[in-house]
Ligand binder design. Structure first.
Ligand SMILES: [Zn+2]
Length: 375
């Protein structure tokens, strides 16, 4: 994970924190300590205000994490793997490998997050309700009041029916169920999502003109983020639909050009990388796959050392990392290539190299499908 670090693992999902998150966390803490709590109870000491702000911000971000975990838990029960959850500047994102196969399933996953936020909001309202009425402005009450409100706002914001927000996903599932066409459902709801994003940007600009600079800027950022997410979500759905029935065997290249583990680097650069212009080659020893060597492994070695180093000194020998079975789906292959950074995956069948697959193979298949559907 590039711009962050792993915090903990929950439900066997690693939780990452993006560095941008620290900016928001400090903004929330300082806003609470300097503006919110002084208004709620003017007699809190500065130390108490900062302490309360810290605790409140911590519970708020835990609430956001629980929202994502609710989506993830329901998705896991449908057999979808959650690779990670990342907390970043605008909240959380659960990285799911795969999508629900049915509209009902999609609806349940989408609804779980806002449902949990509403539940949390209700719990904090409950604390407020049962609070000792003799201490109306206790720190506990001030904290619960803020969390009851923000969890409710979180639920309502996410229920706006524009894709990829949760509400947009629910609406998409409803249209999908009615029409049987997930592509059309995604198109409609991502347009609503983009419309809402533009609305946020306009409100943000208006706020800035009125002098509310920071608040306006936030709205503009969120608007831009949502607009990009709507576009990206729509492209992803089209990609998944086009590739859903394509397997690795359908697109892999055969025969495979392999290198031997004892070849010196200057030789494989000249005889293989320059000649075939692939960015990686499987490495074999007596017909047996032992590794993969890629261009960026070679770039790490000084040019003067190339004649004295052989492929086995620099190759990646972690076979599960770069091999795939011919029956796997093209989408899985694409995900694996993006994650592993090998560029190409070696297709293994019965312990033997059966072919090789690259992003280019998959893109060519996509283009072919698009060309044929236009005729
Ligand atoms: Zn959500």
């Amino acid at each position: 994970m590039a711009n962050g670090f792993k915090l903990i693992t929950v439900l066997s999902i690693p939780i990452y924190i993006n560095y941008t998150w620290f900016i928001v966390f400090s903004l929330v803490v300082s806003t609470l300590a300097m503006n919110y709590f002084p208004q709620m109870g003017p007699y809190y000491s500065p130390l108490a205000q900062w302490g309360m702000a810290f605790v409140t911000a911590f519970i708020l971000f835990t609430s956001i994490l629980m929202h994502e975990l609710a989506h993830s838990y329901v998705a896991q029960r449908q057999g979808i793997t959650i690779k990670s959850i990342t907390l970043f500047v605008f909240g959380g994102i659960a990285h799911m490998l795969g999508e629900s196969r049915t509209p009902r399933g999609e609806m349940k996953i989408a609804a779980a997050g806002p449902a949990l936020s509403l539940l949390l909001s209700g719990a904090f309202w409950g604390i407020l309700y049962f609070q000792d009425q003799a201490m109306p402005a206790s720190p506990l009450m001030a904290i619960a009041h803020f969390l009851a409100n923000t969890n409710m706002i979180l639920a309502i914001f996410n229920l706006i029916p524009g894709f990829p927000l949760d509400g947009g996903r629910i609406l998409r599932a409803i249209i999908w169920e009615r029409t049987g066409n997930i592509g059309k459902a995604t198109l409609i709801t991502s347009r609503i999502g983009k419309g809402f994003a533009i609305f946020l940007i306009i409100i943000g600009l208006w706020d800035i003109l009125q002098g509310a600079f920071i608040g306006g800027l936030w709205l503009i950022f969120i608007g831009i983020f949502l607009q990009q997410a709507a576009d990206e979500g729509y492209r992803q759905t089209l990609l998944h639909r086009a590739l859903s029935s394509v397997t690795v065997r359908d697109v892999m290249t055969t025969p495979v050009i392999v290198v031997s583990e004892n070849m010196p680097l200057d030789r494989i650069v000249n005889d293989f990388f320059f000649r075939y212009r692939f960015n990686s080659f499987p490495v074999v020893l007596e017909d047996r796959l032992v590794g993969i060597v890629s261009l960026h492994d070679i770039k790490d070695v000084k040019k003067e050392e190339w004649p004295y180093k052989s492929v086995k000194d620099i190759m990646c020998a972690d076979l599960p990392d770069f091999t795939i079975s011919p029956g796997s789906g093209a989408i899985e292959a694409l995900n694996r290539m993006v994650e592993s950074q090998h560029g190409r995956l070696v297709v293994m069948e019965d312990g033997k190299v059966a072919g090789i697959i690259s992003q280019r193979n998959i893109m060519q298949m996509l283009k072919l499908k698009a060309d044929l559907s236009n005729t």
